[in-house]
Design a protein around this ligand. Sequence first.
Ligand code: 3HC
Ligand code: NAI
Length: 642
Amino acid sequence: MISIDRDGDIAIVTVDNPPVNALGQALRQGLWDAVGTLDADDTIRAVVLICAGRTFIAGADVTEFGKPPMPPHLPDLVDRLEQAAKPWTAAIHGSALGGGFEVAMGCRFRVALDTASVGLPEVSLGIVPGASGTVRTPRLAGVEAAVDLVTTGRPVKAAKALSLGLIDALVTGDLRAEAVAFARTVLTQPLPQPISTRPVTSPDPAWWDEQKKAITKRAKGEIAPLRALDCLRVAAEKPFADAMAHERATFLDLRASDQAAALRHIFFAERAAPKPAHLNAKPKDIRSAAVIGGGTMGAGIAAALRDAGLPVILIERDDEAVQRGLANLRNIFDGAVKRGKLTEAQAQARMDGVTAGSDYALLADTDLVIEAVFEDLSVKRAVFTQLGQTCRPDAILATNTSYLDPRLIAQGLPHPDRFIGLHFFSPANVMKLLEIVPTPTTSNETLATGFALARALNKIPVQAGICDGFIGNRILKRYRAEAETLVRQGTPIAAIDAAMRAHGFAMGPFEAQDLGGLDIAYLQREGARAAGQDVPETLGDILVRAGRKGQKTAGGWYDYAPGDRTPQPSETTAALLADHITTGPVLTAESIAARLTGAMAAEGKAILAEGIALKPSDIDLVKVHGYGYPRWRGGPMFAVAG
Ligand code: 3HC
Ligand code: NAI
């Protein structure tokens, strides 16, 4: 796990603890002992700390978090490194995160490859840095940089880290050789002060109040960012030892919290999702892709494919629609330029990789085709008939349908083993979730290719069985139905939305429907009714029939003033629904949230029992990544199990 090598009078301590050099007990002990060994070795004048594998130390070992802490404790190790008789230089590649960056701050110097990044992501695990991250960082880089780094949890790239003073030098090429050369050069200069003894200047109280306000708003119920700010303030105002004690107490308190348990659950679920145990085939190589339909979803999917570097063919119905599709795609990339995510040149390169037209002959040699045309069985079947005639027999053919039965869409398709559902979420180039829906004829190879595609697109894949709405939309339907039941029982619409926001959702169920439009679900229900299914009338149906489709019609569940998206309780809606509403007991916000998340979990349980979802954590990932379920609550299944 630890080996010590030497280059003249410089010792090189190499950490090798795959996969990410996490600081489990054995590694902490190994580093502890290495400090002692090297301090006692008179032939050594300085030490380089470097890691094998894909990254520098990526942090504490999260799998130890459910267990009692074992010595040597990380804060003591960081102190020991700082007090070592020989100056240590951390040589960073990959990521130095959390405890990894704290170890680097214990070292007297930090050098990093230009491709590396450093950060303190602890808040994303519901905790604060626990080994001086909140105390040393402001002493190293100033309070403002520390507050940004610690309360957002976002890592920074090496160049930014250098400009903030978090690292001392950027290197390229051979990290080990460069770090050894660096360690040797700095021996000729006076040593910098250890970080723990450096001064720190606290901004005035008004600045701290401002930060608190902004973080409270952003955190939406998540506690760790505010507790991190509190630690940073103590660190800026109190002596080092007091601040360390405060940080440690906060860390141990949060480590045992429900929010931290929920966030760890999602952390491990996300990492398990791309590699389900039953995936037993090699994925196909996908080097080119096509999208049929350049509307909301088609353009978003095409953008996601281009972002992943794949050449894309976009097929639309006619020339005019082709131009509209290209304009939709251009809009997405222009938006990215405006937000500073892409340069003009990168946006242009994204567009240059798109070939658009209405002739299916363009698809003759494409590896993967994703259909995103109107949600209409006959339209989709006609598309797949053409795809069956023009594509290579081994091309993967996928549908992005939301509700239609993929088996019916693929009926008559030659080589149905290469057909699969790939359900993206809007906006498809942004949303992380991808539901992967195999049919009974989908081959293992095609399924594995769906998962590999998700990885290439940086999405979180969740396998779903075939039913109305797959996993996500089926639970959404139940959630909305339960919200309507509450309205029928006398709970005000605005009270329900407020309760769900207080629970951590960005929006409540009714304001979300007003934003997206009530007509989509209405048309789907009407379609089912026309097909002879017994679909009871919803309150939403009453509103749509009265012309209230949401914000686009200036009213739905709420009224909206022109140019203003603030929902205003509506007398018109109240009058339309009056006959369907009884007066019931006044529910607290907590009991409203419990009813609605309980309904989601109940539907989740049914979905599991039917084999539509393979495991509870898959359902949690769907709700967290596709439907705004607060990550720090761990998803509906975790909430009822935990
Ligand atoms: N502890 C335990 N296991 C970890 C881990 C950690 N900190 N970080 C990653 N792993 C595991 C993953 O579960 C996964 O295991 P698997 O192969 O069995 O599924 C494996 O390492 C690889 O992880 P990724 O798939 O995420 O690997 P990538 O190469 O894509 O990413 C990474 C590498 C950027 C380092 C990413 O793993 C990461 O962000 N890790 C978490 C870093 C983090 O949150 N650190 C802070 C921990 S808290 C802390 O340090 C507290 C301290 O202040 C006291
Ligand atoms: P849209 O109406 O914005 O786009 C559909 C596009 O398909 C239009 O541009 C249309 O010209 C084109 N089209 C229609 N017939 C075609 C044909 N035969 N050949 C080529 N192009 C054709 O619809 P949207 O919202 O993009 O939905 C597309 C599909 O994605 C639907 O199946 C929908 O259920 C699904 N979906 C939609 C989501 C959403 O939030 N809008 C989310 C997830 C899936």
